[in-house]
Design a protein around this ligand. Sequence first.
Ligand code: NAD
Length: 530
Amino acid sequence: MIRNPFHGILRVKDKIEVRNPASGERVAELDVATAEDVVAAVTRARKAQLLWKEKDFKERAGLFYRFRDLLLDHQEKIADIVTAETGKPRAEVYGAELFYLCDAIGFWAKSSQRFLKPEKIRPHLLKTKKVFSTYNPIGVVGIISPWNFPLVLTLGDAIPALMAGNAVIIKPSELTPLSALFGAELAVQAGLPENLLQVVVGGSTTAEMLIDHADMISFTGSVETGQKVMARAAQRLIPVSLELGGKDPMIVLKDADLKRAANACVCGALMNSGQVCTSIERVYVEEPAYDDFVKRVVDKVKSLRQGSSQDEVELGSMSSLEQLERVECQVEKAVNGGARILAGGRRKPNSKGFYYEPTVMVDVNHDMEIMREETFGPVIPIMKVTDREEALRLANDCRYGLDSSIFTRDSKAGWKMAERIEAGSVCINDCMVNFIIPEVPMGGIKQSGIGRRHGAEGIRKYCRQKTVVIDRLGLESEFTWFPMSKRKTEFLRKGLGLLFRSGWRDRLRTLKREHHASEIVAIGRKFSKD
Ligand code: NAD
């Protein structure tokens, strides 16, 4: 009897309503994918993948270049869709979302074959074997995404998975499903086979169904949901990669270029209204630089413009009321604990949307949630520290470890601190920029996640790795194969000493280097008498 996989799961068509967070306007209403829909999507994807995996990298790349052209042809429409569902400024759609996507397409189109070609491995001992490590597509990859970058974290993650020969099913955030849906439509127009890249719309239940049927899950979202995803995937022992939250520290040493540091801080903390996983979320400044740095940051923050995505603004609205309330709550608790607000600190007055003013806070400490838990909002809490050791200790006093930044003119000190900071990435005299260097692995340590996007690992994670060993000599039998004998056993016993006793091995290595063949023979004779 086949177990009914739909038992107890959504049967009735639920609806998702997409609203513009900057205006409250209803943008769309979509059907939620039921369990049946997800299973059907996976079945279709499996079929499409069988043909797709046979295509060579060049052919796949050609389709993606065409897809990139279509994205560029539709820039305006894409900006309309992304801004309508996120409330972010238009400039960020071009400068962050579309820039990333277009660059990622070029990068993976050019590099996938290099990362996935069979790797020749030279065994250190068994020289009579040829060895390769190969990468084969895993099948159907499920991508579960958050709402803060609805193109980057859906289609952006799908590109390497598809280039590796997989089919992909994206479950975008229920708050922002439209960008991925439109992107998938363009991908088909570009010539990608039907059903190779699909989007299923829904919330946690739809995502759970995907985990229950896909062959691998690439998840980006909060730590708490990431833990659930991993637990569910463990039931089927399918691989997961988890790109989770962060509380990224910025350290400013007293010798830093304070102008650059302050500019980096304001942009790194407030881009996309602070709703970036690699946002600067807390700042530690050495005492002698503190007053100057704070003043520069406050002046800059007060000059920022906030408003509708159509206007010339640096900040748009936040993406959801829930997120705005979380920020308000953290700020309020910090103020109750003694923090002082130097800019912002409240909802934008007289505005319909979910606007929170860009905020600078001082007199904060590590008893406050605002210094320990992810804020994901436009808030810059700044703390004075006596020296770099205190800065490092506080930066590492956190459950997250995603990104980080250090500002100093002393490159040695910067490097030493970078080695000791507990994070997946460190930028010295810069911030966040590692995310747009696709050659380098990006991901978190501690509770910020498992696995990497970008670099070789960013595509190999979508593959099954297979080892291929080929015999070179073609002998009738190998020494260690059956039958065994006393002589063989004795030889093996003595062989261990020759191979692994430190004295013998060092002596042999020296002799080999000096090509003293006769001495090697003499040692061999000595060994046989032992
Ligand atoms: P979230 O964890 O609430 O949701 C993420 C996705 O998981 C959504 O699509 C949601 O529908 C789905 N989901 C919800 N419950 C689920 C369940 N039980 N099983 C499977 N899927 C489920 O996160 P969010 O609020 O959408 O996004 C904000 C979070 O994402 C922040 O913590 C942020 O730091 C993180 N983030 C991380 C990165 C990174 O690269 N590390 C990038 C962007 C965002």
